[in-house]
Design a binder for this molecule. Structure first.
Ligand SMILES: Nc1ncnc2c1ncn2[C@@H]1O[C@H](COP(=O)(O)OP(=O)(O)O)[C@@H](O)[C@H]1O
Ligand SMILES: [Mg+2]
Length: 389
């Protein structure tokens, strides 16, 4: 039985390996012919995932029975296209468009009573300055079809306007949207949807850099949320699942929670698992639930375990950027032995790749604070000893 993986970079590698462990043959596509997932896959084909028709042809050629869930950005629409063309379970083309087009998502969510920031579609880049002044501050500018927080800027007051616009246009963005800036802490929502029902979910508190960039560099479970806010988020997520028409897929949502006003706002929801090894590493460690494997079974139409009210263990995940060098596998192994609370640690030393690896560590402890403390200790240690590696 062949399954398809749309994209074959480091982010998709865990999905490919999980499917193979389940006895499936993976056909993977990625435009980068040296992508690590193309080597790992049973059949690796260098096709650009933006070329939906070409990917559909590959899927037909191998008679794939499912597209496996994997982190993906804008071209989730290609997954939808393949599912529709081959009549497979999983996200549809229409649902994928709602998930990847921030204007379409806003309009369907808002008209169905889901709380949303005020939004304005600018379109033409030459109108941006005037549009922002008319829209008001604080606001967010971002591309209509974004992903990975690229090109997302907060403008808190008029004094920052010119500088931020200049920064924004360092990339040639065209479809531009403005959004009311929502104050609060960000929470990640990970879920499993089967036949339109949410059968598992997990909240994580995100750790983010200071404004204006708001880059997520870490996550903590369990999220510290009052029950009433959790319930409100679940209601909103379920409503999104219904109106977008998400049926058999993994989901990931970005939500801002304001503890003062007790309000939660969904910024984005999408029918695929979160990236940066959240789906493959953090969720199973925090919950003992094989998240990706479950997602693959759902795409295949196999029965799965329903897990509501899962007990969540304290875990802290920290992404390591340029401040931490790539370390040889041997050094990574030594660090793993030294810190008992360190569950996962990778600076990419185990991969033979020519791209920047996703470097991260996951720690645990008897409490959230202990997990965070262990994280800090490991971080300080590897920063100091990195040069020897
Ligand atoms: N309206 C908003 N208010 C506050 N923060 C926002 C808003 N829009 C985006 N952000 C911040 O920017 C991040 C990326 O924006 P998002 O809309 O999720 O785009 P992407 O597709 O790049 O993930 C969010 O996770 C959030 O931290
Ligand atoms: Mg997002």
């Amino acid at each position: 039985m062949h399954v398809l993986c749309v994209g074959a970079g480091l982010e998709q590698l865990p999905s490919i390996i999980t499917a193979q462990k389940m006895g499936l043959k993976v056909v993977a596509v990625d435009k980068n012919h040296t992508a690590i997932g193309l080597k790992q896959a049973d059949i690796g084909i260098a096709v650009d995932i933006a070329e939906e028709q070409q990917v559909i042809e590959v899927a037909r050629q191998y008679n794939v029975v499912a597209v496996i869930p994997a982190p993906i950005g804008r071209y989730l629409t290609t997954v939808g296209g393949v599912n529709d063309a081959l009549n497979l379970k999983g996200i549809s083309s229409t649902a994928a468009e709602y998930c990847t087009d921030k204007v379409k998502f806003h309009s369907i969510a808002f008209s169905n009573g889901i709380r949303r920031p005020r939004q304005f579609f600018v379109g033409d880049r030459f109108m941006l300055h005037e549009a922002i002044q008319g829209f008001g501050f604080p606001c967010i500018i971002k591309p209509r079809f974004g992903s990975g927080s690229k090109g997302v800027f907060a403008i808190l007051n008029p004094n920052e306007l010119d500088k931020t616009i200049q920064q924004f246009f360092e990339e040639p963005y065209d479809n531009i949207i403005l959004e009311e800036f929502i104050e609060g802490n960000e929470v990640g929502f990970e879920g499993v949807v089967q036949d339109g029902n949410l059968i598992f979910h997990l909240f994580r508190d995100k750790k983010q850099t200071e404004l204006p960039f708001r880059k997520t560099f870490g996550s903590v479970t369990p999220a510290r949320l009052p029950q009433s806010i959790e319930s409100e988020i679940c209601w909103q997520v379920n409503k999104c699942i219904e109106v977008i028409g998400l049926k058999d897929c993994l989901i990931n949502a970005d939500i801002i929670v304001n503890q003062q006003t007790k309000k939660s706002t969904i910024l984005e929801i999408t029918g695929r698992p979160a990236g940066t090894f959240i789906a493959s590493e953090m969720i199973p460690l925090a919950t003992d639930f094989e998240f990706l494997e479950t997602g693959i079974k759902i795409a295949l139409g196999f029965p799965v375990e329903i897990r509501k009210n899962t007990e969540v263990k304290p875990t802290a995940m920290r992404l390591l950027y340029d401040d931490i060098k790539r370390l040889p596998k041997k050094t990574e192994d030594l660090v793993r032995k030294k810190f008992p609370g360190l569950l996962r640690f990778s600076t990419g030393g185990e991969y033979d790749i020519d791209v920047t690896p996703i470097k991260y560590m996951i720690t645990t402890g008897a409490s959230i604070d202990e997990a965070l403390l262990e994280s800090k200790k490991v971080y300080n240690y590897i920063r100091e000893s990195g040069d020897e590696g």
